[in-house]
Design a protein around this ligand. Structure first.
Ligand SMILES: [Zn+2]
Length: 315
């Protein structure tokens, strides 16, 4: 059976200008959009207008003092928020729209307009901590989406699956003591940002609800698929989430310049299938997938296509 899938995108995302040599550049999104147009897949996807988040919605994760400081810094002409995180005058507004894209996707899925949604947004989010921009990320889009889904739609349990090749230190930090959001990450290790060891399992009431699978350089499809089929599947079915969010970075691809893992486009298709099966078994197929990294333009565009084709069908 075919499913309805939303593709959340706006040209506004191109206005976050990181300069010519930065890997997290606007061409990432234009490559995805052009590829989806060329393959005809775009016509099959549901487009939805992106709404801006309210201040209260962002404050579900980031203190208002951080929101204000970020706006002041960027509008005051800051160019770097940390050694990796380049911004331009439009970046604050674009970052608001990236959060808004994720919230729009949650609305689309939880109001039953679509079954699944993919957000082609930038800047990415999973390195952003409540009080700190880092690793190309300003606001933690996925974390805000998780909190928003809980507050607005009364969901009890959310599973975040983060397959970006870098550990999502920000997302882990936000939910580390929270059993209502299960954070799963598979990532190259040791590697940027340095966190994500297997001993990091959550704390307090959240103990056991963070699961890190660090993998060495050279890890490929077979190992990734095996982790998803055994470890993730078992944990996810036992957890029984009401919604699955994916921090969908495609920088674990073998052609990606920012990693040494060897996942292929086919590999991302398989990972998407396993997640889709879990969603069908436990949460009526509901998935909101939000772009994180992915820096080889062709690998990124083709992997997003493979991912979207799985989100569109029963598996
Ligand atoms: Zn990454």
């Amino acid at each position: 059976m075919e499913k309805k899938t939303a593709f959340i995108y706006s040209d506004i995302y191109l206005k976050h200008n990181t300069g010519k040599s930065h890997p997290e550049r606007k061409e990432r999104l234009t490559a995805i959009v052009e590829h989806l147009n060329r393959t005809g897949l775009m016509e099959e996807l549901i487009q939805a207008p992106i709404r801006l988040p309210t201040r209260q919605e962002i404050a579900l994760v980031h203190p208002e003092s951080y929101i204000d400081q970020l706006q002041r810094d960027i509008e005051g002409g800051a160019t770097y928020l940390d050694p990796d995180t380049r911004v331009s005058p439009e970046s604050y507004d674009v970052a608001l729209h990236a959060v808004g894209g994720a919230l729009t996707a949650v609305d689309q899925v939880l109001q039953g307009r679509v079954h699944t949604a993919f957000c082609a947004v930038r800047p990415p989010g999973h390195h952003a901590e409540p009080n700190k921009a880092m690793g190309f990320c300003l606001f933690n889009n996925v974390a805000i989406a998780a909190r928003y889904a809980q507050h607005t739609y009364n969901l009890e349990k959310i599973l975040i699956i983060d397959w970006d090749v870098h550990h999502g230190n920000g997302t882990q930090d936000i939910f580390y003591e929270d059993p209502t959001v299960f954070y799963f990450s598979i990532h190259q290790y040791p590697w940027y940002p340095g966190t994500g060891g297997s001993e990091e399992r959550g704390a307090g009431k959240g103990k056991g609800f963070t699961l890190n699978i660090p993998v060495p350089a050279g890890t490929g499809d077979q190992e990734y698929i095996s982790v998803f089929n055994s470890i993730l599947r078992k944990q996810a079915l036992a957890y029984a989430p009401d919604l699955i969010l994916i921090s969908a970075g495609f920088d674990a691809h073998r052609d990606d310049p920012l990693s040494h893992t060897r996942v292929t486009t086919e590999g991302f298709r398989s990972l998407s299938e396993i997640v889709s099966q879990i969603a069908q078994e436990k949460c009526e197929g509901r998935i909101v997938s939000v772009l994180e990294g992915g820096y080889n333009l062709q690998a990124l565009a083709e992997s997003v296509e493979a991912h979207l084709r799985v989100l569109r069908r029963e598996v």
